[in-house]
Design a protein around this ligand. Structure first.
Ligand SMILES: Nc1ncnc2c1ncn2[C@@H]1O[C@H](COP(=O)(O)OP(=O)(O)OP(=O)(O)O)[C@@H](O)[C@H]1O
Length: 308
């Protein structure tokens, strides 16, 4: 197992009839990595994950997990994977406890200490029928179910959706600990900030194609964050022309409102702004758009092989 990549996707295409799902994806995830899989709604994250889990057959190309074919060896693949689906559906009339026992029955052996640790850590409600649980509490149950058998690979489709900020934080911290224990984690998300907190590398998918796969430091360096600055009087856009890493994206309100793209060089930009009559400033937190600003040009959606 150790000699294989945890995940190896090779020229994978999966269509739904004439509709695209994913097109010509190639990437690998190495054992012990947290790989963030980022993309907006409809980009193809769930389709990729459903192929990895052996629920969908590739139209062409292949997907392997620890060297096993995700379609042909689906049973063996599932033994090695903990999976949280994007749309968590549980057995509504069972209690949390009954559900976990039921799922555990499919697994070779579950360490009761691990079960206890997970239940305490995620404060799962065990006694009520699942249909009475809130969305976040259902999600927590799905997470615990995926982690129970201590699999070497976790495949998580937007696992933090529905969790409150504290629990989200706790869960992401837990993923980092699991990585320290040598586990591999494939984490799909449309939230850049959450992926940045934990991932070693990210793959970025848009409109079914992989735009880039790169280390997180590289992504941080390359992304462009939007800044909006409002001035008391019109400003000449050439004020920013000599600042490398800063772009003027738009000038509005007769030259008083600027949309800037900041890739780098924040100190130099702040020095320049301090000399100007700034009355308001918004620096948006890093989001997916800030990556696409740097990466994505609709007319050539793919970057060079060196990024893969
Ligand atoms: N069962 C299906 N039949 C037809 N088209 C589908 C089906 N499932 C997905 N698609 C299409 O495949 C594309 C990728 O969808 P997918 O669910 O993989 O995206 P996603 O990145 O997971 O999006 P989200 O963040 O919204 O969950 C979309 O254009 C979607 O409409």
């Amino acid at each position: 197992m150790a000699n294989y990549p945890a995940i190896a996707v090779e020229r994978l295409t999966r269509s739904y009839g004439a509709r695209r799902g994913v097109i010509d994806l190639t990437f690998q995830v190495q054992p012990g990595e947290i790989f963030g899989f980022l993309g907006p709604n409809g980009a193809g994250k769930t389709t990729t994950i459903r192929v990895l889990m052996g629920f969908l057959r590739p139209t062409s190309g292949s997907a392997r997990i620890f060297g096993l074919d995700c379609w042909g060896d689906a049973t063996q693949v599932k033994e090695r994977v903990g999976y949280v689906p994007g749309d968590v559906r549980l057995w509504e009339n069972m209690t949390g406890e009954q559900f976990l026992d039921f799922m555990a029955a499919f697994r070779a052996r579950i360490d009761p200490k691990r079960r206890q640790m997970l239940l305490e850590r995620f404060r799962v409600e065990l006694d009520r029928p699942i249909k009475q649980l809130s969305r976040g509490n259902r999600q927590k149950l799905a997470l615990v179910q995926a982690l129970l058998h201590d699999p070497p690979l976790l495949i998580l489709d937007e696992p933090t959706s529905g969790l409150d900020p504290l629990m989200k934080h706790e869960f992401l911290a837990f993923l980092v600990e699991e990585r320290e224990r040598g586990k591999t984690i494939f984490l799909s998300s449309h939230e850049l900030a959450e992926v940045e907190r934990v991932a070693d590398r990210v793959g970025i998918i848009r409109e079914g194609r992989l735009v880039a796969a790169l280390p997180i430091e590289e992504l941080r360096r390359r992304r462009t964050r939007p800044m909006e600055v409002v001035f008391a009087q019109p400003i000449d856009p050439r004020q920013f022309a000599d600042l490398p890493g800063v772009r003027v994206l738009a000038v509005e309100n007769s030259g008083t409102r600027f949309q800037l793209g900041v890739q780098d060089n924040l100190p130099a930009l702040l020095r320049r702004l301090s000399e100007l009559p700034v009355i308001d400033l918004t620096y948006a937190p890093p989001d997916l758009e800030s990556v696409f600003l740097a990466y994505y040009q609709p007319e050539h959606a793919r970057v060079g092989e060196e990024d893969l």
